[in-house]
Design a protein around this ligand. Structure first.
Ligand code: ADP
Length: 346
């Protein structure tokens, strides 16, 4: 029986409804018929798909009324009492359905909350691992860098251009890796934001450098269309603003990856008291403009769905905004607007 209750609640609910209706037709149950009907509704609310619960409730209501038509014999009971009884039965069925639906919604919310917490804790573990990796990789990378510099110095006299070029590349790539490691450490380790005047052009250049390997691997050309220097600064945490740009640029590169036209443009400009950074791409565009900023909304098989949500809250914490739009032909445009720093601390 217990197995049936969990595996076939809908069947049991329909059987119970049929039995109650049969008994109701034969006996003058009155308001008492509501009691077993409410059990049937409670059973049905546990069934899938979700419409079965309300469907069974509606069926119970219809049968409660139909009984008056099919078996109108009411013996010596006055009509108003019969109607009042049926009305109370309907009320009980309705209230049970409503409370059941509210409980079901609360349970679904709880489950979602638990899943969110589990995901957040996995992210925290990933953050710890990233910090550990960054720490462990720092020293060997510094050593590689140093050795490459020494070797480059030693072969200065040699006329092997290829060797010089190879060593130059080793040095350049290890410096790039060291910069990535430093930026991971900055992002993962520091709890308190450090606020200072920040040049947005510099932020864009740093992030474009960081993601250059990814863009090159995907065959994407990233065009920088920067406002002429010196650009008025904004006030905030440079690592966090880099994180915003990093998310936007990474999404843009992923959006155009594999398409015929693979173009990404980053633009900065100043309009009186506001600075804007705009990242546009020639990808497919946003599948759902409203939901893109929701936590854990992702259309990527290995996506987290956190980048845009975090980026928007960073922009807002800096007194700015982050919005998305669809490009006229195809693609997406993300615009982050931040206030210009005028000397007073924010
Ligand atoms: P993730 O990249 O892990 O999915 P994000 O919060 O950065 O998380 O992005 C959420 C979703 O918004 C993506 O899964 C994608 O559907 C959509 N999106 C973000 N940027 C773009 C873009 N440039 N073009 C098309 N869709 C995008």
């Amino acid at each position: 029986m217990r197995r049936l209750l969990t595996t076939r609640p809908a069947t049991l609910a329909f059987l119970l409804v049929a039995a109650v209706f049969a008994v109701d037709l034969c006996l003058p149950l009155g308001v008492a018929s509501a009691v077993p009907y409410t059990f049937a509704v409670l059973l049905a609310l546990g069934a899938k798909p979700g419409w079965i619960g309300p469907g069974v409730a509606a069926l119970c209501g219809v049968l409660t009324l139909a009984k008056m038509e099919i078996a109108p014999d009411r013996g010596t009971t006055e009509m108003w009492k019969v109607i009042a009884n049926r009305g109370l039965a309907l009320f009980a069925i309705g209230m049970t359905t409503l409370l059941g639906l509210l409980r079901r919604r609360a349970e679904a919310k709880n489950r979602q909350h638990e899943a969110d917490l589990a995901r957040m804790s996995r992210l925290a573990v990933a953050g710890e691992l990233a910090a550990l990796l960054a720490h462990e990789l720092n020293q060997p990378l510094a050593a590689v860098c140093l050795q490459a510099d020494i070797a480059a110095h030693l072969v200065k006299e040699s006329d092997s251009a290829e060797l010089k070029e190879a060593l130059g590349e080793v040095s350049e790539q290890s410096r790039r890796a060291a910069e990535i490691v430093r930026s991971i450490r900055r992002t993962v380790r520091r709890a308190d934001p450090e606020r200072a005047p920040v040049d947005l052009n510099e932020v864009v250049l740093a992030v474009a450098r960081l993601l250059d390997w990814k863009a090159r691997r995907a065959g994407v050309s990233v065009e920088l269309n920067l406002a002429p220097d010196p650009l008025a600064p904004t006030y905030g945490d440079r690592a966090q603003l880099e994180q915003v740009l990093f998310n936007l640029l990474q999404n843009a590169v992923e959006a155009v990856d594999g398409r015929n036209t693979r173009s990404v443009v980053i633009e900065t400009r100043q309009e009186s008291d506001l600075l804007a950074v705009r990242v546009s791409d020639t990808g497919e565009g946003l599948a759902d403009l409203e939901r893109a900023f929701e936590r854990f909304y992702t259309t990527k098989p290995d996506g987290m769905g956190l980048g845009l949500a975090i980026s928007r809250s960073i922009a807002e914490a800096h007194g700015g905004t982050l919005t998305a739009a669809t490009r006229p032909i195809s693609g997406a445009i993300f615009t982050c607007v931040l206030p210009v720093y005028r000397g007073e601390s924010a």
